[in-house]
Design a protein around this ligand. Structure first.
Ligand code: ATP
Ligand code: MG
Length: 405
């Protein structure tokens, strides 16, 4: 079937009264960005729907991109038909023949914005029901949970028909919730946390700590590739790499072993907060999960969280590892995450980190270090780039995999 438009139904934003225009505006911008490779499209935002007129572009290719845009509840490929019932019947039958196998149940659901049309909602439902009963006697009408819903929208310019409605990505349009920074390691959890932040409309920037020469270029490349995996949800993501070697060496030399990890994490958090402020971000996201490892007990969170008052949001905090892995597989970050490139935390991890660090002791040990100087020098060494979901990164991924085989 040659579809004429993809009709997009808004997600949660339909309920947000006065912010509605801002939400629709942002979603339209994000959809436009996601579909920039299709020059013939016309994108028309309306109060309760977004219409993407295909003008000959391939509907499957367009829908593949739309699936990644947050703020969409569902969408349907539709055919525009002139307001003539003979033509409506003709197209309705074609659509049903394509999507409703022998014996399927169905219903007709009409939505009318042009009230001047000769048939009202009920009239249209009955008319098409009668027509289909004759044309396809094998089909049965079923109001609750039918196999196929024939959607009919009577609008001023035409009547739109569709039989396929697909769930969208849900969530809120990225950018409507402002900006945050994500602490991105090379592990499984933080990319999943990033996905959830984006899903709730937060525009994230990545902060990644690396410690050359203890960590390899591959570890840094992996963090960038993970970023590239999330980039299709937004277009591009700002990536900030922070040199962490001096801090880790200094902490290791000057702090009792049980507190190494706690104090390293406090430095990470201080640096992340400073970067967030520079970048105009309002919150920090990370991949911590309660009780997963020594640094993620509630006692550790108290001792680490102590250095900042900025909100720290932990999207995977209450998920089991298996649940996190399932999402990592769905968003296709899992295979990259499990590649064995040591990150800075693994290398400097003490054999027996305290699972219940004491806050006063933590502060005391740390007070022996030149905290301000260490933070300033690390900040002076940051490098920044923008990462797109480009072929370049996909090729690098292939190289990394090849190297491991
Ligand atoms: P992940 O799978 O995300 O690496 P993890 O279970 O391995 O998580 P940790 O290594 O203890 O847990 O890290 C906890 C969180 O701290 C990470 O989810 C991430 O948000 C942050 N973090 C850890 N290492 C780094 C790093 N090198 N750069 C930036 N953030 C980091
Ligand atoms: Mg990790």
């Amino acid at each position: 079937m040659q579809y004429s438009e993809i009709m997009v139904r808004y997600g949660e934003l339909s309920t947000k009264g006065k912010n509605r225009n801002a939400f629709i505006g942002r979603l339209t911008g994000n959809v436009t960005k996601a579909l920039h490779e299709f020059p013939q499209l016309t994108i028309r935002p309306k109060r309760d729907r977004l219409h993407i007129e295909l003008n000959g572009e391939d509907s499957d290719a367009v829908m593949a991109r739309l699936r990644l845009v947050f703020g969409i509840q569902n969408f349907s490929a539709s055919v525009a038909v002139p307001k003539d019932m003979a033509q409506v019947h003709d197209v309705a039958l074609q659509l049903m023949n394509e999507t409703a196998p022998q014996g399927s149940s169905y219903k007709v659901a009409t939505h009318r914005s042009d009230h001047t049309f000769e048939l009202d909602t009920n009239g249209m439902n009955l008319n098409l029901g009668d027509f289909l009963t004759e044309a396809r006697p094998d089909l049965v009408v079923k109001m609750k949970h039918p196999d196929v819903t024939l959607r009919v929208e009577v609008r001023r310019e035409a009547i739109y028909l569709s039989t396929l409605t697909e769930l969208g990505a849900g969530g809120l349009p990225v950018g409507t919730a402002g900006k945050g920074v994500l602490m991105l390691s090379g592990g499984i959890d933080s990319p999943v946390a990033g996905y959830y932040a984006l899903k709730r409309g937060v525009d994230i920037e990545m902060v990644h700590f690396f410690s050359p020469p203890y960590t390899s270029q591959n570890a840094l490349a992996k963090a960038k590739q993970l970023t590239a995996k999330l980039a299709p949800y937004v277009g591009s993501i700002h990536f900030i790499e922070v040199p962490f070697t001096e801090i880790q060496e200094t902490v290791k030399a000057g702090v009792p072993e049980g507190y190494l990890m706690t104090i390293q994490r406090r430095f990470m958090l201080r640096l992340t907060e400073a970067i967030a402020k520079q970048r105009g971000a309002l919150a920090i996201f990370n991949g911590e999960s309660v009780g997963q490892v020594a640094s993620q007990t509630l006692e550790s969170m108290v001792a680490i969280n102590d250095v900042t008052t900025m909100p720290i949001i932990r999207p995977v905090a209450t998920m089991d590892k298996n649940e996190i892995i399932k999402v990592a597989e769905d968003i296709d970050t899992f295979d990259l995450s499990i590649m064995p490139f040591e990150d800075c935390c693994t290398i400097f991890a003490p054999p027996r980190p305290k699972t219940k660090p004491n806050l006063d002791k933590t502060r005391y040990y740390e007070s022996k270090l030149d905290v301000t100087g260490l933070v300033e020098r690390a900040l002076a060494g940051i490098k920044q780039s923008d990462i797109r979901a480009s072929d370049e990164f996909m090729n690098q991924e292939q190289d990394l995999i090849a190297e491991l085989l």
